[in-house]
Write a protein that binds this ligand. Structure first.
Ligand code: 5BU
Length: 244
């Protein structure tokens, strides 16, 4: 059965409407550049993935602008905050601070290392907002510790909290259950790695491995024509999905 979480439902709809399984990792560090990138790639993406805390000139106006762009281009916003603390603390980090992530992010993610209290804490804030949580069941970087039993535990907790958990960050499909989406970072046509142990596969490899959404950062925003690059990644991702 499909996931009834509002963010999961919206994501499924947008994917179909836009024929896109592409998320852009918009890791630009000033507000103007971020907004410009979203205008360039907005038509091609189903998800805008942000790291709001890398923006050097953040003001709440940026959020207003991103929410306008979200309406204009029809995508979800995924704040890649990777919460990693006890339930009480992540509630404060998610709902408050300067960024007030809960007020604007449709999707957030969390490490499972603190135990299930992190999910319960985030849920206390996120459930009134219709937000969805991705658990970091795997990571893309070489030598990461999210493997084996750790990954299996993340999958078990997703099942337990599936009103709120909409899926995983994973390199491949981790469980055969349509309730959950797998979003995969570490996607690049040209590179195999970066200098800090990021590892890349192609859109085709990720989708053939059972991923649902490809997350592309430097492959798009680092290209000489980000708009064209986004179109190419969207075509590759959607094409791979259609030829499964
Ligand atoms: P890149 O420029 O395509 O390498 O960017 C990848 C993005 O995905 C970047 O924002 C990372 O923070 C994010 N990421 C990742 O690369 N690997 C992971 O395991 C997770 C997130 Br979780």
């Amino acid at each position: 059965m499909a996931n009834l979480n509002p963010a999961a439902q919206a994501l499924a709809r947008i994917k179909q409407d836009k024929q896109s399984n592409l998320a852009v990792a918009a890791d630009l560090t000033d507000a103007n550049s971020l907004v410009k990138l979203v205008q360039q790639v907005g038509d091609s993406i189903c998800v805008l993935k942000t790291h709001i805390d890398v923006i050097s000139d953040f003001t709440p106006d940026l959020i207003t602008t991103l929410l306008d762009l979200k309406k204009q281009y029809n995508f979800l916003i995924f704040e890649d905050r990777k919460f990693a603390d006890i339930g009480n603390t992540v509630k404060l980090q998610y709902g408050g601070g300067i960024y007030r992530i809960a007020d604007w992010a449709d999707i957030i993610n969390a490490h499972v290392v603190p135990g299930p209290g992190i999910i319960e804490g985030l849920w206390e804030i996120g459930k009134t907002k219709g937000a969805g949580l991705l658990l970091l069941a795997e990571m893309s970087s070489a030598g990461n510790l999210a493997t084996g039993d750790y990954t299996k535990t993340a999958v078990a907790w997703a099942q337990k909290y599936s009103d709120f958990v909409i899926g995983f960050i994973g390199m491949k499909k981790l469980v055969d259950d349509p309730k959950f989406v797998t979003m995969t970072p570490g996607i690049n046509f040209a590179d195999k790695s970066d200098k800090l142990k990021q590892q890349y596969v192609t859109p085709e490899q990720a989708i053939q491995g059972g991923s649902d959404i490809i997350i592309v950062g430097r492959g798009i925003y680092g290209a000489s024509d980000p708009s064209l690059a986004a179109k190419q990644y969207r075509e590759a991702g959607w094409g791979a999905y259609n030829s499964l």
